[in-house]
Write a protein that binds this ligand. Sequence first.
Ligand code: ATP
Ligand code: MG
Length: 248
Amino acid sequence: MTTEVPDEHPRSDSLRTRHRIEAGVDAGLTHKQGLIAEGRGEAFDYLLGERTIPSAERAERAAAAHLLRAEQPVISVNGNAAALVPDGIVALADATGATIEVNLFNRTDERVAAIADHLRAHGATEVEGEHADARIPGLASERAKVAADGIHAADVVLVPLEDGDRAEALDEMGKVEVVVDLNPLSRSPQVAAVPVVDNLVRAIPNIAAHARALADRSAADRERAIDEFDREEALEAAEQTIRTGELD
Ligand code: ATP
Ligand code: MG
């Protein structure tokens, strides 16, 4: 399969992203359902203008501040995230001291191991999730299986492409959730302390960049980034952008 996409193609970024998900399925990282999730995401991204809108930029800065302030921040990784932004995930973990944990809806030991190996190949030193020895209470799906010293113990969790059920269950556990999801109406961003309505391929490296910048600032500056962020306003701005269809 060729993955050459000419730069001048108007959808070149989105086509490249799609190819990465296809390759992820072929490599055993991404479940077939991930292709459907990607398709849904593409539609929302198209309407957002395939760019980081200003409210998402503010969310990404607040997300970085939360991860830096946390005592036990965890980045939850699924098959789409691993296929799309492995370098970004590792960079974000490095910039914030967060633990990386593989957590899958369609969980098999093989796929968890493939994703963990893939992240290690991209420079991750430690990846949790292969020995999930705890459960998220009140959640029936395989996503309930978590590491006791990972997601179970975390105070802040970054969850890309979360399903609504786990997002609600983590919220019930009192965790601060940063959710990256292109659909502002989905349940997961609706329960997040920090809903990031942006494509993972832009959001994750951008949160890492904000974390590197904020790490050099004062604690008060980081607190301000958290306090000034308005989740309702961010969700509203994203929905407005999508509904009005004004691409610039
Ligand atoms: P629930 O209602 O439980 O939240 P859902 O119906 O939203 O579930 P999926 O279709 O699996 O379940 O959701 C995938 C979500 O991930 C969609 O909201 C889609 O917009 C989003 N998404 C897909 N690809 C990306 C991406 N690259 N970056 C950010 N969000 C993405
Ligand atoms: Mg959803």
